[in-house]
Design a binder for this molecule. Structure first.
Ligand SMILES: *Cc1c(COP(=O)(O)O)cnc(C)c1O
Length: 245
């Protein structure tokens, strides 16, 4: 068995175990294989073992790899491309053209630009709003570190949900978050649990919107994320090994 096949099997087993611990079904968790920095032959090997969701964090890399992989595998290969990294506004056109899902919508300016470009292209794009629950300045996302006690913060988030869910071309799906680095598991779990609770609150406040999905969890914390309700985990190193950059 190839190394990727072995690692994929191990990750699938961890996903199944975490889902079982939470009384969830493993098929309700989408594994996004984070292929950033890896060349095309690694993506082909990942496809070969059955992976179908690929995630890139740089829009230029997405715009390069998608057409290249499609040329190898054909347009009906069934690969779903996820832009998982935040976006500079001058690169929205790359995502409007090449992404099938966007996980890191963190500003209304980006939402409006994407909406316009998607409408021009006649495309629709499922999106996750990135929320910052840890309050770390290094993390992007709409501020949500004090949403439980600060009405201004959660009302701002509600307005964002209402605005984005009405923009043509964008299809709001839920929230995305990143756990803080180098903290105990309990703290990571709290961030994921609070994100799930925030999504539930937003859903009850904006019933016409869809805030039902949660993109959270990476190599070091995807099992905790699944226990706390993640519907999408974004996993790189556990599948492909350490990256050079
Ligand atoms: C790189 C990256 C991941 C995957 O990280 P690993 O630790 O390799 O699993 C997930 N999400 C985002 C936004 C990333 O940039």
């Amino acid at each position: 068995m190839s190394e990727i096949a072995e690692r994929y099997t191990a990750v699938q087993e961890c996903i199944a175990a975490a889902a079982a611990r939470a009384g969830r079904r493993p098929e309700d968790v989408t594994l996004v294989a984070v292929t950033k920095t890896w060349p095309l032959d690694v993506l082909l090997a990942a496809y070969e073992v059955g992976l179908r969701h690929f995630g890139e964090n740089r829009a230029e890399e997405l715009a390069e790899k998608r057409p290249a992989l499609t040329a190898e595998l054909g347009a009906d290969c069934g690969v779903v491309w996820h832009q998982i990294g935040t976006l500079q506004s001058r690169k929205t056109d790359l995502v409007a053209e090449h992404a099938d899902v966007f996980h890191a919508l963190d500003r209304l300016k980006i939402a409006r630009r994407l909406s316009r470009q998607l409408t021009e292209n006649g495309r629709e794009l499922p999106v996750f709003l990135e929320v910052n629950l840890s309050g770390e300045g290094s993390k992007s996302g709409f501020a949500a570190d004090r949403w439980e006690e600060r009405a201004t913060q959660r009302n701002e988030l509600r307005k964002v949900v209402e605005t984005v869910s009405q923009l043509p071309g964008l299809r709001l799906r839920g929230l995305m978050t990143m756990a803080p680095w180098h903290v105990p598991d309990a703290e990571i779990r709290t961030v994921f649990r609070r994100t799930r609770e925030l999504a539930a609150w937003l859903q009850s406040e904006a019933p016409q919107a869809d805030v039902s999905q949660l993109s959270m969890g990476m190599t070091d914390d995807y099992e905790i994320a699944i226990e706390e309700g993640a519907t999408h985990v974004r996993v790189g190193r556990a599948l492909f090994g350490p990256r050079n950059r």
